[in-house]
Design a protein around this ligand. Structure first.
Ligand code: GDP
Length: 366
């Protein structure tokens, strides 16, 4: 399952945000969350289409798709040199697919803070620097390994790799994350990807504000947005503390009431899950039968066999073809049979690029 890591300096509200997410089960029906380790939660992705399909199919089970959220504590200045939880912390980040970077944008004398001054831009730079330094260390050790081969001219692969590493290193030395480096070929992209660099991961910023700033944001948020405007990254404003309290209220009506008193239509948690899904470049296909109607997550651009592999690796290995119904056709014609009769079920081969919302039926050899 795909994983988002929550990172940030101490006392910025990471655990509070994680608690909001873990209480999200309470936010809406059909929204389960389970904690599989103290700091890892599995959260379901809200999707109206799943319920609409289920209303037509009446399955025994409805299974939403999920992503995992990990609360990664312990990043401090000097982590790349082993301070704090240091390397252990960084290796946790390495395993994630995307990063949710939480910034403290609230004042509170009772919550201690680095240097005693709230400054989200500085905080972000401290975190980024640690990640950059770690990546630089990774890239330098890789360069040492291939440099000789590349320069003596023998191995073509070594040459290509060397070029990729050199490009990334230059970017890091300029203080720019690996995610900003563009590559010309798929080969180069793969070499870069296989480094699992920390600064190559897509990032989403969460400005954690007081309840009074839940809608409007505040001066900290404005400054922060300005500082990251060239990054093309999403910045969400979330009032984690009040939302974590709201999440604990017993009834759905109470929670909605409190949210709307804050001026919020949708909880920060919901917005965060949706943003994370976009960030990860994820889409959803469905399978629909009397046993279950189910949502499955895949990467935008994946072809039919890869998507079949999400269900089971055998489906990918023995892939023959896919029968595809567009979600809108399913809803319009109301049953698989009616769709077929209307000539709207498409038979697709191994090069078919699956689209968000496709209802798939895979044919395969065992
Ligand atoms: P972490 O170290 O980043 O995980 O930070 P925590 O989530 O443990 O939060 C640190 C402290 O800040 C806790 O006492 C929280 O209750 C408090 N806190 C978190 N968010 C807010 C907020 O929006 N406003 C205020 N005043 N306090 C907050």
């Amino acid at each position: 399952s795909l994983q988002c890591g929550i990172i940030g300096l101490p006392n910025v509200g990471k655990s509070t945000l994680f608690n909001c997410l873990s209480n999200a089960k309470a936010q809406a029906a059909n929204f389960p969350f389970c904690t599989i380790e103290p700091n890892i939660g599995v959260i379901t992705v809200p999707d109206e289409r799943l319920n609409k399909l289920a209303e037509l199919v009446h399955p025994q089970k409805i299974v939403p798709t999920t992503i995992e959220i990990v609360d990664i504590a312990g990043l401090v200045k000097g982590a790349s040199k082993g301070e704090g939880l240091g390397n252990k912390f960084l290796s946790h980040i390495r395993e994630t697919d995307a990063i949710i970077h939480v910034l403290r944008c609230f004042d509170d004398e009772n919550v201690s803070h680095m240097d005693g001054v709230v400054d989200p831009v500085r905080d972000k730079e401290i975190v980024d620097t640690e990640l950059l330094l770690k990546d630089l260390e990774t890239i330098e050790s890789r360069i040492n390994k291939v440099e000789k081969q590349a320069k003596t001219g023998g191995e073509k692969d070594a040459k290509v790799a060397f070029e990729v590493y050199r490009k990334i290193k230059e970017s890091l030395l300029r203080g720019e994350p690996a995610r900003t480096v563009n590559f010309e070929t798929k080969d180069e992209e793969k070499i870069a990807h296989d480094l699992f660099l920390l600064t190559a991961k897509p990032v989403l910023y969460v400005c954690n504000v007081d309840e009074s700033a839940a809608i409007t944001g505040n001066a900290y948020v404005d400054t922060f947005k300005k500082a990251v405007e060239n990054e093309n990254a999403e910045v969400l404003v979330v009032a984690a503390k009040i939302e974590s309290e709201i999440a604990e209220l017993d009834t759905y009506e109470d929670r909605q009431l409190f949210l709307s008193e804050l001026g919020l239509e949708e909880s920060g948690v919901n917005r965060l899950i949706k943003a994370a899904y976009r960030l990860l470049n994820l889409q959803t296909f469905f399978t629909a039968g009397p046993q279950e109607v189910r949502a499955w997550t895949f990467h935008k651009g994946w072809k039919a066999p890869q998507c079949a592999g999400v269900i089971h690796s055998d489906f990918e290995k023995g892939f023959i073809r896919a029968e595809v119904i567009k979600y809108d056709d399913y809803i319009a014609y109301k049953s698989e049979t009616a769709v077929k009769e209307a000539g709207k079920m498409y038979i697709e081969g191994k090069d078919y690029i699956v689209e968000d919302g496709d209802v798939m039926h895979f044919r395969f050899n065992v």
